[in-house]
Design a protein. Structure first.
Length: 325
């Protein structure tokens, strides 16, 4: 099967593309290699994928309608799409809001328009985010909860992605599954995420910024568990009975909410260094706690995360030391 993976040079996209290649799929990896974070890290991921048989890389911007049309015309055999490309980051959405509309909204719309014309497409899986739950006070977060109170533009753009996906599933019977990811970490991770930011600062002897004065909890989810969930979703397109839209939403999280201070302590142990904590107020657009209810994911996708932070953080640290010396 030929699978298009958007954001293939990104953190989750890289690992997903690699897992698809491992099981014998042909992968077309799309990425625009933007400069939101160090392009060299993205290039290194893409280079590793480029060494694999069955992988084709396309440097294309999702929002470029002509380039996307050309890509789909050249690869009419695409049978699966894993859409992971996005402008990420909650805090950056306060600085550059237009980037989120261009990539996350316009980009997904362009993708949907091309996807609905593909004759062989079986399923489109796309990334949403736990951020859509906004200021929801009910824990754990369930896919049945209301998600109409986003607290960041990033969250609003991801909720818009879900609504557009549902609309295209209804209008064009395009089978789609949206996955709400919960704080993904691991080797080859994003430099703007907690594990990476903290490791870099701790090793440099610099203070780490701990928001909400440390009163934060996150459902930290290891990358291998996330990839297992993505592939399980791809292999299970929603049935189309002709009444409801063939569109489903699932949480992919670790199903445990960890104290941020505990996460830091495990990271300190793995690094063999103590952190200098700089306590700060809550940042605009952020939330104090996330916690995934994964009952539906377990039932429908056989999703079973198994990696604790005590296992996952040392793996991340080992990669970090190898990559950065």
């Amino acid at each position: 099967m030929t699978v298009l993976v958007t954001g293939a040079a990104g953190f989750i996209g890289f690992h997903t593309a690699r897992a698809l290649l491992d099981r014998g799929e042909r992968v077309i990896g799309l990425d625009n290699l933007n400069s939101y974070y160090d392009v060299r890290l993205k290039e290194a991921r893409a280079a590793l994928l480029g060494e694999r048989a069955g992988f084709t890389f396309a440097r294309v911007d999702l929002a470029d309608r002509e380039a996307m049309a050309a890509l789909f015309a050249a690869h009419a055999d695409i049978a699966g799409i894993v859409h992971l490309a996005a402008q990420a980051g909650v805090r950056y959405s306060l600085e550059n809001p237009f980037a989120y509309i261009e990539s996350n909204v316009t980009g997904q719309l362009v993708l949907l328009e091309e996807a609905r014309r593909l004759g062989r497409l079986r399923h489109l899986v796309y990334a949403s985010s736990s951020s859509v739950y906004g200021g929801n006070a009910k824990l754990p977060f369930s896919v049945g909860d209301r998600v109409d109170t986003p607290v960041s533009l990033y969250a609003a753009s991801k909720r818009m992605d879900e609504l557009m996906a549902h609309t295209y599933a209804h209008l064009y019977r395009l089978p789609q599954t949206g996955l709400r990811f919960f704080t993904v970490y691991g080797p080859w991770g994003r430099p703007d995420m907690a594990a990476f930011l903290f490791a870099r600062a701790i090793l440099a002897g610099e203070p780490i910024r701990v928001f909400n004065h440390g009163e934060m909890r996150r459902d930290f989810t290891y990358i291998d568990d996330i990839v297992d969930g993505v592939l399980a979703a791809l292999d299970r397109p929603p049935a189309d009975g002709g009444v409801e839209a063939p569109h489903r939403l699932y949480n992919l999280g670790n199903n445990r909410s960890e104290k941020l201070t505990d996460f830091i302590a495990v990271l300190e142990t793995a690094l063999g260094c103590r952190a200098v904590r700089q306590f700060e107020p809550m940042q605009p657009g952020d939330v104090a706690e996330t916690y995934a209810d994964i009952e539906a994911s377990r039932r429908d996708l056989a999703f079973a995360p198994k990696t604790t932070i005590h296992e996952g953080i040392p793996r991340f640290v080992a990669w970090y030391r190898r990559y950065y010396g």
